[in-house]
Ligand binder design. Structure first.
Ligand SMILES: C[S@@+](CC[C@H](N)C(=O)[O-])C[C@H]1O[C@@H](n2cnc3c(N)ncnc32)[C@H](O)[C@@H]1O
Length: 412
């Protein structure tokens, strides 16, 4: 037997512990020339199927790959065959095995007393606590930069972590489809893909959907290429894809992102300005069952209501004189118009606070589910009354004119 090599009996014990019942986790850390290489393998359930997830950290870069049992057995042989000084910690329901190979090649082995631990393969039922703690999200959070190399949520990313968690919580409460079916999501204005990638893992690993496709769309090439690399590192690049384009350039059903023939859920999280309206319009045009959209800044009404360039609304001069009040009023009016337009077009629509206002002032979400009668007279007349009182034409009305006109024209 060569120096650094594990004896055959110990190798067999490691194989039996990893491939047998009750396997929880194996971690091997190798330090070579001051550099750290770490591999963690654990059982996971993806879409109801038991797999092995390997998370490899090579000088701070994390990669994740999911294997079936045969692939995991091959990977394990590589772990066992590793040369040089290293440490291995193997956990099973019945106890722990520690193996340390010293710089001189001595192999030191210790075993814990027999235990009776519960195996923590994440079940794929509905979420109990925080969505991002309801499945094994360690590799995801590290890869998207929300967590540091030790797995702790970075202080600077706490706000984004909370927003993604709360967004996922609402997805979990809203989506009523049986997990057996395919489920397709488009994230409009996906940015660095925190939500886009989290959605795939949440729907697959926490909610148990077997066939989830997520497409992120953004007009910035730098964020799209960063998002693609993250998807590769997380081994989901065939299921989570990204399109670099302006949302306004995708026009109608024909331009559904490549490879999709239907969209179940359209999301947007702080997509700037009228990109939120584009997301809502896409949800309508693609006939998505759900649209969940947390708007961001909105400038359109500010140009036409009050202010130095806007039309004066004399009865409201006292309210419009203060910029901050005028801006907030315009945001509220914009979201009220958006909610009413979605309602007119057949979406049951609620406006909710999805995170605390302390976390972000942009804490409103439009929660829309298709399935109510479109063009109901009460909703249409409420919309027209508000619109005409403020003498504005909301951008979303213009954008969806083809679908809205037949409802509005009956009352104007
Ligand atoms: C404030 S960031 C939010 C990103 C991400 N949703 C998040 O919450 O982390 C807004 C993103 O929307 C993108 N965006 C804005 N308008 C867009 C448009 N018309 N088409 C495509 N992407 C757009 C921007 O490039 C930016 O990445």
């Amino acid at each position: 037997m060569e120096r650094f090599e594990l004896d055959p009996q110990l190798q067999d014990e490691i194989r039996a512990r990893v491939m047998g019942d009750g396997f929880m986790k194996i971690v091997q850390t190798v330090r070579r020339n001051g550099k750290l290489f770490k591999i963690v393998m654990r059982p996971v359930e993806i879409g109801g199927v038991r797999k092995f997830q390997a998370e490899m950290t090579d000088e701070g870069q994390v990669r994740v790959k999911n294997f079936d049992a045969a692939g995991a057995a091959e990977g394990l042989e590589e772990i066992i065959a590793q040369k040089g000084a290293r440490e291995m910690h193997l956990m099973t329901a019945k106890g722990d095995l520690h193996v340390r190979v010293t710089k001189k090649g001595h192999v030191l082995v210790s075993r814990s007393a027999e235990m009776n631990r519960e195996v923590t393969v994440q079940p794929h039922d509905r979420v109990k606590k925080q969505p991002l703690t309801s499945f094994d999200s360690a590799a995801l959070l590290k890869a998207i930069g929300i967590a540091d190399g030790e797995g702790k949520v970075r202080a600077s990313m706490r706000g984004k972590y909370d927003q993604v968690n709360e967004f996922l919580r609402i997805v979990g409460e809203t989506v009523a489809e049986e997990p057996g079916k395919a489920f397709t999501v488009v994230d409009c204005g996906c940015g660095k893909a925190y939500l886009t990638l989290s959605l795939w893992f949440f729907l697959s690993q926490a909610m148990g959907f077997k066939d989830v496709r997520v497409v992120g769309i953004d007009r910035r090439s730098d964020v799209v290429s960063a998002a693609r690399s993250m998807a590769e590192r997380l081994d989901v690049a065939d299921r989570v894809t990204f399109v670099e384009c302006d949302l306004a350039a995708l026009d109608g059903r024909d331009a559904m992102p490549e490879g999709l023939d239907h969209v179940d859920l359209v999301v947007s999280l702080h997509a700037c300005d009228t990109a939120t309206d584009e997301a809502l319009a896409k949800g309508v045009e693609w006939k998505a069952r759900y649209v969940l959209s947390a708007p961001c800044c909105q400038h359109e009404l500010q140009k036409v209501i009050g202010g130095s360039t806007g039309r004066a609304q004399s009865d409201f001069a006292g309210l419009l004189r203060q910029n901050i009040l005028r801006e907030r009023l315009c945001d509220l009016l914009t979201d009220a118009f958006r909610a009413m337009i979605m309602r007119i077009l057949g979406f049951r629509t609620q406006v909710v606070e999805f995170v605390s206002p302390d976390a972000t002032a942009r804490n409103i979400m439009l929660k829309c589910e298709y399935g109510v009668k479109s063009g109901q007279s009460g909703v249409v007349s409420e919309y027209l009354n508000l619109r005409d009182a403020w003498k504005v034409t909301p951008w979303l009305e213009t954008r969806l004119a083809k679908l809205l006109d037949r409802h509005l024209s009956r009352y104007s």
